[in-house]
Design a protein around this ligand. Structure first.
Ligand SMILES: [Zn+2]
Length: 441
């Protein structure tokens, strides 16, 4: 495969600082970087096409790859998912992830990342176990992955900070820098304040970030009040967890004080509206978070609590839930929602992705506009296009996915793995682990 790619004759949705949309636009990629963006005529005049792989994007939109800011590799989607969060965690999620071995995690990760790539996701912020298997799967399939362990106090029999340290030492910076390792904290109900303080010390020592579930449910808030005498974000703040390199997932029931702490510490928030809805956890105060100036991205959470990894669907929820609950159709307009799924997510992770701008990493997707989803479409009307991308499209509109300058899906076919084999093996791994944990709860 050529190291040089020219994508021409497309509608280039840059998501840059001025939200430029270029009709009959082109971009060039060399190695892992975007090197030029402009009109097709200008880019071809400047760059020439010699030796380049040319992708014709006629009737296609060219966008930055999507960033799934809160993610778990999933093994058991749809399995006993009639239960509310706490019961589900105890009856299904923890027994399954306690039984995980390298093999099961590897195939589950390949199946999960494969579905994400097919929905236009180029970066996952994945908290799970068996990070060696996840890193190997990410390296193989070609996705950009920030991995963190499921760290909890020892009596819960999940991961320890030492496991996370070892994963960092073994895998951080591998796959040409596509794989990074953060320190993960499962959530406050399974953590002591000492563990939280130690997690921050470890993250600072390693020079890496923190990924934590925070303030996801009313039961979590109540648990925090009883155990610590404070709300979850106050506990996290006191332990030093919050900060610019901390991704706090959910943040559904934030008080005004908690929003102020998020703002003051520059903490990044992953908004996961589909998961929050499915698990009956509520509706996050997204308008207030954004008004406070907090950087908010979006995540699907896990296929167990979504049940899809389609970030287009998450974008739609990220607008519609707030409009419905506030009785206000002016909220979460499509360009702002698309920004959460691209540039905000990239910024949260400190990545040079999320925008089609020269010098940025080449994580790019091509969306097929010749479908019912994008019909009708007013020519050269970006507002109409943004509306379709957020309200009408689903992940099957993504035709091509490029990550770090490599084409990992083309014409909806994954180029780096045998997709049918991955699905077979992921299914077999699920059956094996379910058998090990004794079947349905
Ligand atoms: Zn989660």
């Amino acid at each position: 495969m050529s190291d040089r790619i020219i994508i021409r004759n497309g509608t280039v949705v840059t998501m840059n600082d001025t939200s430029d949309v270029l009709f009959d636009g082109a971009i060039t990629v060399e190695g892992d970087r975007i090197t030029d963006v402009g009109s097709t005529a200008d880019v071809l005049a400047r760059q020439g096409a010699d030796g380049a792989r040319v992708l014709d994007a006629t009737d296609k939109a060219v966008l930055p790859g999507l960033v799934d800011l809160h993610y778990h590799t999933a093994l058991g989607k749809g399995w006993s998912d009639h239960l509310p969060l706490w019961e589900y965690l105890e009856a299904c999620w923890y027994p399954i992830i306690r039984a995980l071995d390298y093999e099961a995690a590897y195939w589950a990760a390949l199946a999960s990342y494969g579905e994400s790539i097919k929905c236009g996701v180029t970066t996952v912020n994945d908290m799970y176990r068996q990070l060696g298997a996840l890193a190997d799967a990410a390296a193989e399939i070609g996705i950009r992955a920030v991995l963190s362990n499921d760290v909890a106090d020892p009596e819960h029999n999940l991961d320890s900070l030492e496991d996370n340290r070892e994963a960092f030492q073994a895998k951080h910076g591998t796959a040409d820098g596509r794989v990074q390792v953060y320190v993960g904290i499962e959530w406050l109900p399974l953590a002591s304040e000492e563990l939280l303080r130690d997690a921050r010390v470890l993250a600072d020592e390693l020079g890496t970030g923190i990924h934590i579930h925070l303030n996801e449910s009313l039961t979590e808030v109540e648990n925090s009040r009883q155990r610590f005498g404070r709300r979850p974000t106050e506990v996290a703040y006191d332990a030093g967890i919050l900060g610019r390199n901390c991704i706090a997932a959910h943040c559904v029931w934030l008080s005004d004080t908690e929003i102020a702490l998020m703002r003051q510490t520059g903490t990044q928030i992953s908004h996961n509206p589909t998961s929050n809805a499915k698990l009956g956890n509520g509706i996050a105060r997204l308008p207030e978070m954004l008004a406070a100036g907090i950087n908010v991205g979006v995540g699907h959470d896990a296929a167990e609590c979504n049940n899809s990894r389609d970030l287009f669907e998450v974008m739609k929820f990220a607008s519609l839930m707030h409009r419905a609950s506030r009785v206000d159709a002016s909220l979460q307009q499509p360009p702002d929602v698309l920004a959460m799924a691209t540039r905000n997510g990239a910024r949260a992770l400190g990545h040079q992705t999320g925008q089609l701008v020269p010098g940025r990493k080449a994580d790019v997707i091509l969306v097929d506009l010749k479908s019912q989803m994008f019909t009708p479409l007013m020519p050269e009307n970006s507002r109409h296009l943004f509306s379709h991308l957020v309200f009408a499209a689903n992940g099957s509109c993504v035709d091509t996915t490029i990550i770090d300058g490599k084409i990992v899906m083309e014409n909806r076919h994954l180029t780096t793995v045998d997709e049918q084999k991955v699905l077979r093996e992921a299914n077999a791994a699920f059956l094996r682990v379910i058998d090990q944990v004794g079947g349905a709860p």
